[in-house]
Ligand binder design. Structure first.
Ligand code: BGC
Length: 566
């Protein structure tokens, strides 16, 4: 059973389930809740203490379920509400907490509130739930401002009514994802009900999608033009009219009060995890000020290059900033939106989250901060990813595992265009390849597709032939497999008194290309990011290593957990 520890979330090991691609019990090529239930024993053996389930709600799937048509039900492709309840109960019975995705920035265009808005007149209360505006120009045929969508193209779509073109509505993402207007108290009330609906069902926490984007500046003024697209800049910059607005403070404190109202239900604290890319870190930390949200998802680590100085600086700035507000730091290597860590660390440039292939020079320039195009060395990447997992689990705070990281899965970089599903691919005319390569269904067992994902149905995205050797069954019991490494490390983490929440102290006996820190009592972490072999501290006993050691010598791109002499 889950404990009643109110601090469970301060050092949780959270496993992200992307339901479409996790396990397919009804053999239709798409994952489902029954499949999730069937793999809970696996997650318990792995040693995770919580799961985060990406959207499982009814959805037309214009954005993989992040277009929600009903926040209080389960998509029939995934199962039923009764099965979701069973999933929560079965997870709790194994000591695993359940976080689910809350998608409050936008709905689906199939949501009844949006359908009602379309059917109502301009200026109506129905339209006031969203951002409907008249267009510019003599016939209103120019969008209300120059804002660009994060998935490419303009952030406004024109409504075509029975009498022809009329108002426009705002969508920061796909046109099928209209943005709610959070200045409207009716929107606040609608989401209060959604939050209570899931907390009442025993869900332990909510991961808040696009948590930094809900409030829009009144006035909808133009943003500076992005030369690559000719549209307003959609990505964050200080002063941006929709990212990180001051109104978020009120919204988050209101939600926190709702969560705190559940403190007496004997399940431990209900929590919020913000998905926010807000920069600088000092601005992001306002999200976890006392009385606001519990934690934020750590993009700083997700986008940090595999380089000792950068990692150490990233770790320090996060620990210091979080300690100042009393929040635990989260540590993250991947999610359903970024190139898998094995592939990222196998590139010459290791600090970029997305793969961008075959794009025009303007687009490469536009996204130079985010994308890489170089070829990958997956063997090198996997070695580094294994070392990074030991780093992540040794750090003070909460660790996230994106499904398949424990199997060392690479990004599938060569999915044919015909199977791609990400709206970013379509909205950019194929210039951005999108995020499907990290969403390929998991290989569980067997030697050919679907590798136990379902019984024999072709999975919704094809799996590569090399995945036979990476399936959970193939790695089970193999002492050197990535799955065994994860299990061993998480078992140690669960009982070692130095691990989990707390502090660390850097040791300075090694060169700057080696990460070495200790935690009390008696724990040492060493990762060799230099090109040379490094010798273990004397008297240290190895608890677990991310790769083979030669006696007391740690090869490059290898990490070890140590028991240190008193
Ligand atoms: C989710 C994405 C999604 C976007 C819009 C995100 O940040 O993680 O998968 O496309 O929000 O909902």
């Amino acid at each position: 059973m889950t404990s009643t520890d109110p601090n469970w979330w301060r050092d949780a090991v959270v496993y992200q389930i992307y339901p479409r691609s996790f396990a397919d019990a009804n053999n239709d090529g798409t994952g489902d809740v029954e499949g999730m239930i069937s793999r809970l024993d696996y997650l318990q053996d792995l040693g995770v203490t919580a799961v985060w389930v990406s959207p499982w709600y009814p959805s037309p799937m214009a954005d993989g379920g992040y277009d929600v048509a009903d926040y209080c039900d389960i998509d029939s492709r995934f199962g039923t509400l009764a099965e979701a309840d069973a999933f929560v109960a079965e997870a709790h019975a194994r000591g695993i907490r359940v976080l689910i995705d809350l998608v409050p920035n936008h709905s689906s265009d199939a949501h009844p509130a949006f359908r009602a808005a379309l059917a109502s007149a301009p200026g109506s209360p129905e339209r006031a739930m969203f951002h409907f505006r008249d267009g510019r120009g003599p016939d209103g045929d120019e969008p209300p401002n120059n804002w660009g969508s994060l998935f490419g193209g303009p952030a406004w779509e024109r409504v075509i009514g029975p009498d022809g073109p009329e108002q426009w509505y705002l969508h920061m993402f796909a046109p099928e994802q209209p943005d709610w207007d959070w200045a409207n108290p009716a929107v606040v009330a609608l989401f209060d009900d959604v939050i209570r609906f899931w907390f009442d069902r025993g869900v332990d926490g909510l991961r808040v999608d696009v948590a930094d984007g809900l409030a829009k500046q009144p006035g909808y003024h133009d943003t500076p033009i992005d030369p690559a697209t000719g549209l307003g800049i959609a990505t964050f910059y200080p002063g941006h009219p929709w990212w990180n607005q001051p109104e978020l403070d009120t919204i988050q404190r209101h939600w926190r009060a709702i969560a705190d109202g559940y403190a007496d239900r004997h399940l431990g604290e209900r929590i919020f995890v913000c998905e926010a890319n807000t920069k600088p870190l000092s601005a992001l930390m306002r999200f976890v000020d006392p009385g606001r949200m519990h934690t934020t998802f750590n993009f700083d680590m997700l986008w940090c290059e595999w380089e000792a100085g950068s990692l150490r600086a990233m770790i320090d700035r996060n620990l210091i900033a979080h300690a100042a507000v009393g929040a635990p730091t989260t540590w993250v290597l991947g999610n359903h939106d970024s190139t898998r860590v094995v592939t990222r660390y196998g590139k010459p440039e290791t600090g970029k989250p997305f793969t961008l292939d075959g794009v025009t020079p303007e687009w490469q320039h536009r996204f130079a901060e985010y994308f890489f195009v170089q070829p990958t060395d997956n063997a090198l990447g996997r070695r580094r990813a294994r070392a990074a997992a030991l780093l992540e689990f040794a750090l003070p705070g909460t660790a996230y595992i994106y499904q398949g990281e424990e199997l060392g899965l690479p990004e599938v970089e060569d999915l044919p265009d015909a199977v791609l599903d990400d709206p970013a691919f379509f909205r950019t005319g194929g210039r951005v390849r999108g995020r499907d390569g990290c969403r390929v269904p998991l290989p569980w067992s067997g030697t050919e597709q679907p590798y136990g994902f379902g019984a024999d149905a072709a999975p919704w995205l094809p799996q590569p032939p090399e995945w036979a050797g990476l399936s959970a069954a193939a790695q089970d019991g193999e002492p050197d497999s990535t799955l065994s490494l994860y299990r061993r490390a998480l078992a140690i983490r669960a009982t070692h008194p130095a691990l989990g929440d707390g502090t660390l102290a850097w040791g300075d006996t090694y060169p700057g290309t080696v990460l070495y820190f200790t935690r009390e009592p008696g724990f040492g972490f060493l990762a060799n990011l230099s090109g040379d072999a490094v010798t273990l501290p004397s008297g240290a006993e190895v608890l677990v290593a991310s790769g083979p050691l030669a006696g007391d010598v740690v090869p490059p791109d290898t990490a070890v957990w140590l028991s240190l002499p008193a």
